[in-house]
Design a protein around this ligand. Sequence first.
Ligand code: ZN
Length: 258
Amino acid sequence: MVAAAQAFSAQPQSTQTPAAPAQLAPQASTPATQPTTPAPAQPALEPTAPPQKTLAVVILDPAHGGADPGARGSSGLAESDIVLSYARLVRISLEAQGIRVLLTRQANDDPSFDDRSKLANAQRGGVFITLHVSSTGQPGTVRVYSLPQMMAQPSAAPAPHTGLLPWDRAQFKFIDQSRRLAELIQIQMAQRFRGSSETPFEAPVRQLRTVGAPAVAIEVSSVSVPDRAPLDQMGPGLADAVARAVAAFRTIYESGGK
Ligand SMILES: [Zn+2]
């Protein structure tokens, strides 16, 4: 589940937009009152993301695991088990597209949020996909999430000029790409799983905040089914959908588009 409290950060931060163009009204021609000087934007306080021309690797994150089973169905189904089997199938489909894949966990253990992000952030040209199964929702459907713009913004307060990007802002520079990736995956899901939305969702998924790469969450519905057969049956379609969407995203990514 991504919509559970545990997967969320506490609260949305300030809704202020930083450096909002507050004076939209026509101004007298006194640009000298503007606090900033040259027209071209200066480099941000944080280093800009390095040019990333090649989508080199997909980091698949089977959520939960270990002591954290995630969503539990009345039949004993555990989200943590199902997402691991999904990750293995998605890996095969992505590798068939010639895309390298890393998993944040291979077995029933539970790396921390930061450990999972750390694996992604150590890669160049990575894309991060966290996999969930919901506790509720229309069985047989899939929802794809990216982080809302509001959640990824740097705070209004200027950061200490350390040159280091705080982890909780890591997603900020990738929010548009993440949304694009979410769109591409969601449309593939809608074509395969009747009742799925054709447009993706935004939610403050905790895991995504600390990933410095295009990052989305995929949530399959749901553990409420009487046994895992219907969920297993979704696996191949899910894997194919992700592989096709990532292949399409790779073309956009490597052309420098959003
Ligand atoms: Zn989950």
